[in-house]
Design a protein around this ligand. Structure first.
Ligand SMILES: Cc1cc2nc3c(=O)[nH]c(=O)nc-3n(C[C@H](O)[C@H](O)[C@H](O)COP(=O)(O)OP(=O)(O)OC[C@H]3O[C@@H](n4cnc5c(N)ncnc54)[C@H](O)[C@@H]3O)c2cc1C
Length: 474
């Protein structure tokens, strides 16, 4: 019997892969999923009305790379192909991604030709960044912040105006703290092994490339043929965890909502006792924890304080999300994905997504304003109200996008400790945590966004790998 802790995307995907792995087994695997709240999906939450969809958490998924293609395989298998709304390269949301610098919106260069031209706010064409890389000395390091690495190789403007806002958009974090391995592991290895990114790139051209042999679904192949940039799900992303949850229930996984796990006791290498808030206890042969690392730390602290300490060292940030709907037929915004604000601007918001441009079937203008992240406490303190965040979001939208009308509908959410920060040393810390688990023969696997990547694709792929790494049988 296996127990999955947490019913967010990590827990649901773990259930999916455990079922798939046991498809041909004669002994049916007994599976329990324990979720603290009254719904599955974790941070994936969509509010649907006849006129608009408000996404309170994630909204777009990347189709590229092994992880992206793996998610599309899962989507097709779950029967979700018809629900997918891709954004192709000719779509304005793919071409127009903006940054807000010195009171102006600037479109970031997205084509090779534009790299040869001077684009505000950059003082030189981006191609100069490559010359900078070729002439800059390299520094031998185990890890570095992504900001330092980019500043050293490509210059300060790229670090300030391209990479820092991108890190805000992906994990609401500070590029000066986030590990270079979070997004640029290969480029960092080029520097460390060849003395620079361009030099490393040249050397890699002569090395044989090993393509993954993962079979691709029709949907994954379509995404490649049509060169999807990102995609969403019609009617909101919540359809995805809902479908996963149904799949688990149909396959006799015991999904327990309103069941907060409060205690774990490791008995031996194949049994662990769980106590939950409903007063029930059960003993499992193996546990797959998809809880945030700080929540798991609480459960293991008594028996394994050293493990709890490492789990607690993974920091998380709080994000304010303000969704706005304007019931006006004329679009109030230029067609684009949205804009991000570089931290150097010291603005009250992190950025705005133009949902009515990225997501189909929205009647009117829909925007999502993101606030806080790494700077939440510094900007808003501990007791900020949702009304205050709504006020800040609407006045920034009025100032930057010149939208003078009041929103017809809005929704505010303060997502406490919602995104883990892969700071310098993160990957070594995760290795240490997993080494401790292996050395102590603890029957637990770690999945979810705390360890192997913060995006939805990473979480799903990590579940797949963890299930393959410790396959649980009946
Ligand atoms: C604002 C925001 C925007 C994002 N945007 C994107 C995006 O556009 N694209 C993208 O790819 N990714 C995005 N992400 C990331 C994506 O949402 C996450 O990778 C993913 O949802 C994480 O899933 P998870 O299962 O690891 O964690 P969670 O969603 O946190 O799930 C953990 C679950 O465990 C439960 N739980 C906690 N403690 C206990 C306990 N003691 N007992 C039982 N259950 C417990 C929780 O209630 C929760 O349901 C975004 C994230 C946020 C917060």
């Amino acid at each position: 019997m296996a127990a999955i802790l947490g019913g967010g995307l990590g827990g649901l995907s773990t259930g999916y892969y455990l079922l798939k792995n046991n498809l041909n087994s004669n002994n049916k695997l007994k599976l329990f999923l324990l979720e603290a709240t009254n719904y599955c999906g974790g941070w994936i939450k969509s509010i649907r009305t006849k006129d608009y969809v408000f996404e309170q958490g994630p909204r777009t998924i990347r189709p590229k790379g092994l992880q992206g293609l793996n998610t599309l395989n899962m989507m097709q298998d779950l029967g979700l192909s018809e629900h997918i709304a891709p954004i192709t390269p000719d779509h304005p949301a793919a071409k127009n991604r903006m940054i807000y610098v010195r009171n102006n919106l600037h479109i970031l260069p997205s084509t090779l030709i534009s790299a040869f031209k001077k684009n505000q706010p950059f003082s030189k064409p981006l191609i100069y960044a490559l010359f900078n890389d070729i002439k800059s000395p390299y520094k031998e390091l185990q890890d570095d912040s992504i900001y330092n690495f980019v500043e050293r190789r490509f210059g300060k403007e790229i670090a300030d105006y391209a990479v820092s806002p991108m890190i805000c958009g992906i994990c609401a974090g500070d590029a000066k703290e986030i590990s270079v391995k979070f997004l640029m592991k290969t480029l960092f290895e080029y520097e460390q092994n060849h003395g620079g990114v361009v030099k490393g790139l040249m050397a890699s051209m002569f090395q044989s490339k090993s393509d993954s042999d993962m079979p691709l679904s029709e949907l994954a192949k379509r995404s490649q043929e049509e060169k999807w940039n990102v995609y969403t799900i019609k009617g909101g992303l919540k359809t995805f965890p809902d479908t996963l949850q149904n799949y688990l229930v149909e396959n006799e996984v015991n999904v327990n909502l309103n069941t907060k796990v409060e205690e774990l006791e490791f008995i031996d290498s194949s049994s662990v006792a769980l106590k939950s808030s409903d007063g029930n206890s059960l003993t499992a042969n193996h546990i797959y924890s998809s809880l945030p690392s700080y929540a798991l730390a609480k459960l293991v602290e008594k028996q394994h304080p050293e493990l709890a300490k490492d789990l607690n060292e993974i920091p998380f940030v709080t994000v304010g999300i303000v969704n706005l709907y304007f019931d006006i037929v004329e679009p109030l915004i230029q067609p684009a994905f949205g804009f991000l604000v570089p931290p150097i601007e010291n603005a009250p918001i992190l950025g705005v997504v133009f949902d009515s441009c990225c997501m189909p079937d929205q009647k009117g203008t829909v925007l999502t304003v993101m606030l806080g992240g790494k700077w939440f406490k510094e900007k808003f303190g501990d007791d900020v109200t949702e009304d205050t965040l709504l006020g800040i979001a609407t006045s920034e939208v009025e100032k930057i996008l010149k939208i003078k009308v009041k929103p017809t509908a809005s929704n505010v959410n303060i997502l406490k400790k919602c995104i883990p920060q892969y700071v310098i040393g993160h990957y070594e810390r995760v290795d240490k945590i997993r080494e401790y688990i292996a050395a102590n023969n603890l029957p637990i696997s770690l999945v979810g966004c705390s360890y192997d990547g913060v995006g939805m694709n990473d979480v799903i792929y990590s579940a797949k790998k963890q299930v393959e790494g410790s396959p649980c049988t009946a």
